[in-house]
Ligand binder design. Sequence first.
Ligand code: BEZ
Ligand code: FE
Length: 253
Amino acid sequence: MTTAQQRTAEVVGDLINTVNERLVKHEVTYGEYQAAKQWLIELGEAGEWPLFLDVFFEHTVERMASERRRGSTGCIEGPYYVPGSPELDSPATLPRRPDEPGDGLVFSGTVRDLDGIPIPGAVVDIWHADANGFYSQFHPDPPKWNLRGTVRADAEGRFEIHTVLPAPYEIPKEGPTGRMITSAGWHHWRPAHLHMMVRAPGKQTLTSQLFFAGHEYVDDDVAGAVKPELTLELVRHDDGHYTAEYDFRLDPA
Ligand code: BEZ
Ligand code: FE
């Protein structure tokens, strides 16, 4: 047996045994088994495997991965990252519609190494939902690169990103994942959040999310991904726009 075969037999074997034990524990009937099988078929047909897995399991793998690093903690990537967003120099305004709904948000900070030394030219690849909770390229409304950008920090490692406050995100209720959540009587919401991948030469890429203190669902994320240290304090200014700050610390590669 190769090491890969051993690992597969161990992990997959354990998963299979665990599911079988739970089928016995809950005395699952043939009708329930057939319904679950049909639901899994529909999950695949709807292309919702990434959504389902990232809602219910990514947070566990991510927490273990974050424990192996010393820099800023990470967060789940989720299913809505698209590589290759427009490259922008800081201070940058993310691509948006002329009538983009929502309150203005200026998100700024510095990218540093583990000694606190700023990393010039680090890149903050950021994406988030709009004020209706929709992600560009996963909803027909927003244009292709709406609220997505690859922002290059300045010579002091500082970035300043002008965007709008996202709304909470709702798992689509009409798809298999949403229908399953409804059937269980759970809610479908993730709190409003910003996504980012922070990159710099010689450093590990950090995938993270930032949330907003006191906002709806921040204590009850359907994807179980919120960490207290990833919660930003929003400052509201007289003209109605908000600012928020966060410094990233990257581990060596
Ligand atoms: C999100 O970050 O938007 C997300 C994460 C997991 C599942 C669905 C959405
Ligand atoms: Fe998201």
